[in-house]
Structures are given as C-alpha cells and as structure tokens.
Design a protein around this ligand. Structure first.
Ligand code: SAM
Length: 300
C-alpha cells in the first residue's frame, strides 16, 4: 500500500520534501498572497515542477523567486507525461504539480498523473489552498451540505439542456464553473432547466480587484447578466441552491400566472417583476407577453 509518509525523514533538498514523492500544490486563483507558506517551501524543495502552461507558471514562480525545471502536463499529453514523471519519481526525484490557478485536478489536469502514480504506489501528498468552488461556496450562504460539484456544463445547447434535466433531480446545491463568453447563455439555460425561482449566487473574479458576489433567484441573475447589470467579464462560479424536492423546471406555469394577473388588472411592470421572480421567464419577456395579450384582448 502507498502512503504519504508524512512523518518520514526528508532525503532530498529541504526538510519539506521527501525523495520520490509527488506534491499536488494549490496556487492562487487571483490574489498572489493566497499561496501558503508550505506551498512555497515545497516548490523550492522539489527537483522539478509539472505545470499546465510553462509560461503561465513562470509568472507565479518568478514572483516567488523559485527557479526550477518545468515540465508541461496538459490535457493533450497527460498520459505520456505522467508515465515519464512516474519513472523519474521511481528513480528518486521529487515533483510538485501545479495548474494555472487553484487546486490541480479540480477541473484542471492532474487526475491522470495522480492515478498513474497511485497505481505505481508512488506517494502523492496534497498541499491544500485556493479552489474557486470552495471559496464561492464559503461566501454564498447557500447550503453546503450536500453540494454537487459539476464543473463545466457542455457548451452545446442540446447536451447542456439534457445534462441540466438530469441535474434538476439532484437535491443539493449545484456548483458550476463557466467561461465568460458562455456565462450569459449558461445561466439562462440553468434558469430554464433547473427552475428560475431557485436561489443562486454568481461569484465573479474571486480574490481579484473586481470581485463580485451577486445573489438572487436564477431568473433574476440571468436577467441581470443579459442586461449587463452584472458584467459578463472575468471568471465565474455559478451556485444554485436546492429546489423543492423533485422540482424540475418551474413550479408555476408562467403563462397561467400571466393570464391570471392580466385578468386581475395588475400593472404590466408588476406582472413582469412577479412572474420573473417566480419562474424562469425573464422580466423583459414577461413584459412583452403582457403587452401582446393586452393588444389581443377583444376590447383593447
Ligand atoms: N483548478 C481550479 C480551482 O481549483 O478552482 C479551477 C480551474 S478551471 C479550468 C477554471 C474555472 O474556475 C474558471 O472558468 C472559473 O469558472 C473558475 N475560477 C477560477 N478562478 C476563479 C476566480 N478567481 N473567480 C471565480 N471563478 C474562478
């Protein structure tokens, strides 16, 4: 059986590093001060560093004053590079694995390397630190137990809809990563597929200058993104609180609700506000629907 050998005496440079070990080192997700002291000591002590993008890694390592051999390990070479790293560790070298940001192997390369090393009974030691999903969840106020980390949704509309239909059955806080160029469509799709009334949080640019934590219903946040009130720029974690048990899509039928409120003579703006808060329909879409119904009404 392999073990981390946490208490064993160090035999390679520095007492923080043991020969033949792999250290999975978390790095900052924006604010460089978020790196741990132990992470720095390990990066200084290992023989070489495996990283996602060597140019990107150099920026952080230069900032830390660490000069080491860098080996690229990314989604296109992960298998081959992992085997090569395993052979070096078996020969007595030590390695630190880092990714472009946050914790390696969390929606980032590293999983294959860790499996190859574990299969070869090479010790793997986590050096914990920042991860966007945990940072977002910790400041969200949404239930953290249970939570479901989904990572990135499929980019294509049909595959995304199908995956969201499956996730609508999961009774947990859902956590997604999303790229800025897809965030508007993705959150709109979440509102449509999971139910616009579910509580949600958009955690944008965590630990950076324009950090923003926006709270509201999924429908409200989708609308704020679509209107530009929340800028579709930077990095996002999307958190969706649990819905009612077994809830899939809206609990209330938007068309029925609009019809009832129009019949009651409620003002279009009020209808738009109420319906967008209780269903996945956006405020603008509801407003347009109300005006269209009024025009169609027999005595309008
Ligand atoms: N391994 C990383 C971690 O532990 O968080 C995640 C890497 S994944 C390729 C990149 C995604 O993480 C981004 O698209 C975004 O969804 C999220 N992310 C990374 N940094 C972030 C930040 N500072 N604020 C919000 N989300 C962030």
């Amino acid at each position: 059986m392999s073990s981390s050998n946490a208490g064993r005496e160090a035999v390679s440079p520095g007492r923080w590093v043991v020969a033949g070990h792999c250290y999975v080192v978390a790095t900052p997700i924006g604010n460089l001060a978020d790196i741990s002291e132990r992470a720095i000591l390990v990066l200084r002590g290992v023989d070489f560093i495996a990283c996602e993008d060597t140019r990107h890694a150099r920026v952080l390592l230069n900032h830390l004053g660490v000069q080491k051999e860098l080996v690229a390990l990314h989604e296109h070479n992960e298998r081959g590079a992992s085997e090569a790293i395993r052979r070096r560790l078996e020969a007595g070298e030590s390695v630190a694995l880092i990714s472009d940001a946050g914790t390696p192997a969390i929606s980032d390369p590293g999983e294959v390397l860790v499996r190859v090393l574990a299969d070869g009974e090479v010790p793997v030691v986590p050096i914990p630190g920042a991860s966007a999903v945990i940072a977002a969840l910790s400041a969200s106020g949404l239930p953290g137990r249970p939570f479901w980390f989904e990572g990135f949704l499929p980019p294509q509309g049909k595959a995304r809809r199908e995956r969201l239909a499956e996730l609508a059955e999961v009774e947990a806080t859902l956590a997604f990563y999303e790229a800025p160029h897809r965030i508007v469509k993705s959150v709109a799709a979440c509102a449509e597929g999971l139910g616009g009334s579910r509580p949600a949080v958009l955690a944008r640019e965590l630990t950076k200058r324009f950090e923003q934590i926006a709270r509201g219903s999924l429908a409200e946040l989708a609308e704020q993104l679509a209107s530009g009130e929340i800028p579709a720029r930077g990095e996002f974690v999307v958190l969706v609180g649990p819905g009612e048990a077994g809830e899939a899509g809206d609990a209330v039928d938007a068309d029925v609700l609009i019809g009832l409120l129009v019949d009651e003579g409620v003002a279009p703006k009020t209808i738009a506000r109420v319906v967008s808060r209780t269903t996945s329909r956006s405020r603008n879409a509801v407003y347009a629907e109300v005006l269209a119904r009024r025009e169609d009404a027999p005595n309008s």
